[in-house]
Ligand binder design. Sequence first.
Ligand code: PEP
Ligand code: MG
Length: 816
Amino acid sequence: MSDWTVFAPLAGWVTPLGDVPDPVFAEKMLGDGLAIDPVNDALCAPCDATVLTVHEAGHAVTLRSTDGYELICHIGVDTVSLGGKGLTPQVHAGAKVLAGQPLIRFDLDYLVQNAPAVVTPIIVADATRYAVEPIAKGLVAVGDALLRVVPLAAETVETAETGETLIEETVVALSHGLHARPAARLVEAVRRHEAKVTLYHGDRHASALSAVGLLGLGLGHGTTVRIEANGAQAAAAMAEVIAFLNDATVEDTPIDVPEPTRGEGPGLGGVPAAPGLAVGPIHRLTRAAIPVETVAETVEAERTKLTDALARVREGLAQAATAGGARGGVMAAHAAMLADPTLGDAALAAVARGLSAGVAWQEAIAEQVAVLISSGDRRIAERADDLRDLERHVLAALAGLPIEGPSVPTGAILVAEDLLPSQVAALDAGVVAGIALVKGGPTSHAAILAAGMGLPMAVAFGEPLAALEDGRVIVLDADRGLIDPEPDADTQAGARDTIARRKAETEAARAATGPCRTLDGTRIEMFANLGSVADAEAAVAEGAEGCGLLRTEFLFLERETAPTRDEQARDYQAIADALGDRPMIVRLLDVGGDKPAPYMDLPVEENPALGLRGIRVSLADPQLLEDQVGAILSVRQPCRIMAPMVASLSELEAVRAVVERQGGKAEVGVMIETPAAAISADILATKADFFSIGTNDLTQYTLAMDRGNAAVAAGVDGLHPAVLRLIGATCDGAAKHDTPVGVCGSLAADRLAVPILLGLGVTELSVPPARVAAIKALVGKLDMAKCRAAAIHALALPSAAAVRARITNMLQEIGA
Ligand code: PEP
Ligand code: MG
């Protein structure tokens, strides 16, 4: 038999078996493997297999792979005592399943709150025949390679049959029957005897040395079982087996969930998600469960309850969406998700099957979450949080409860496993000092909202953060994704001074009327990235001098048909009006890749980041491009037009040709987002009126690291010297033709990047509205000569971390 791979059946954090807080798993009594602390809500098949058993409590399955290995997947610890609540098996014993197929769906929130642990062991039974080698570490998606199983040379120790076979019958008194934990203990007990013991139930039988076989008997509480024992110690083995099965207290042994140990070292490392510095006591957030009515009245009554609740939530979201800005945008996205007929239809179909409105809604959400998670794209998977958010909203509406945001004491740092977007939206940025998450992704809607609200946030700190107790004062440096868990009085005072100083400087910059300049008087245009009229208003209030990136996708996403030319013209005009006479750079439609536009029928691609996205979509659909360019040219204030994802001069020429055909006049620029564009900037500059560097994409394409993939999030840093060299090449190429260079990617809003960008030759920064005043204040403290020197040094450093450390020192030295 050759080596065999077990694939991750869950999305989540890989955990060694030894860390599972149940000795049956930790001590490998059932076999060897790994555990996963799930972040999704469906256990899927880890290989092509036949389902041997599904426990009646719905928390565990045993499988036989097509290669003949036996596996046990056990959701959480002590979940058998939940009696099936929060767990919905999707398969029956005997079913043939394919790797990745959902086996059990579960309500993660419910399990987290009601079980000692949700960490889920995935075990290859019979460690005497197989060696198990872990493959995965950290965060995995469903279907990632998890374990390699290597068959060992067969070593069968047969117990010789001697004399008479003892036969007894007994009743299983174990309160939850013979599930995984007692089965493992029974195997241990029998192994100590020189005896061959077989248990019989109905037409099935199993050796007492096979935990999987025992589970397959389905011995529930109160079932009668026949036991046969043979061998030199048959009598002793029989007595022990009967005593064990009769002992109703076996289950009473408490599961010892160890207190997590405190993180070691000078600090905790996470991933920056929204910039800023915070100091304050930890306030830990736990999400309260919303009661769900599981008993259905008539189908008609449940349908009415569900449609009423959906209508109420839809109304609330529509209201919240009018607020505009990042928050309004997320609420609008939630409203669009709620309007998706797939979700509503699935829930109504479940109601028609006799489920209560609440259970039907949970089921419909679970199905959609599974679809997102199984997409394999972690950025799409992060949208599962949005669905969970909707789940809570509708369940709360059904229960007649208000959805309350977390209540956080003034000045506290909110710490949570993860946060839903609505929980961030409900925070008061004037009250909360910052956010630190054990899990979470840097591109989640929660992170985008925090950035829009000016709340420092860092994510993915893992267990060391979970171990810090409530009330402990920490310093959160979200610029670098660091936590100092034990700041002394001086460090705390220093952090508070820095926050206060930055706040004062930001307020001064907001109030300042003059153009943005460095300390030595070099003019830097301070623009904002916009997606709506509300954004434009906020940006102007913050002191923005123009718009460096109008993300026109907002008009195209979350719709069922493309916006007409007139609709576009109206929207662009409204934003231009909100900007007054400030310049506006309009980016042509940038969909594809991670930005879907369902009605556009973009092909499903194996590698979407490298496929039809950005300007390639517009060039493939000439009418779309003509309409958009026409709409932009109709705006009364002159707009500049910018093409996303350009790789070649021909793409720029094609856009310029459309502008000319539409009979308008506009400057046409190029987003530098591909290494190709950066390296050939001198060629592009011959025809481009301006450049704007999209550092988000430039970083992902330079480092070959998906910007939405939490597993590589810590490495996706635009301050990597390789990215900085490409920015340098862009500025050098542009300088040959006097083409101005801006930056509209998130590096422009990163305090530690700004001195280098200016030093390399960037003359325009475009940042989220909430960051305009802070970055303007920073620019005012920078000296160009020092920035140039810092840039030259940075290009020669070995890593992004080294660059961040160096610029941190530089800013400290100049008191910025
Ligand atoms: C970028 O890639 O840096 C950018 C500004 O574009 P987006 O983030 O919208 O892809
Ligand atoms: Mg981009």
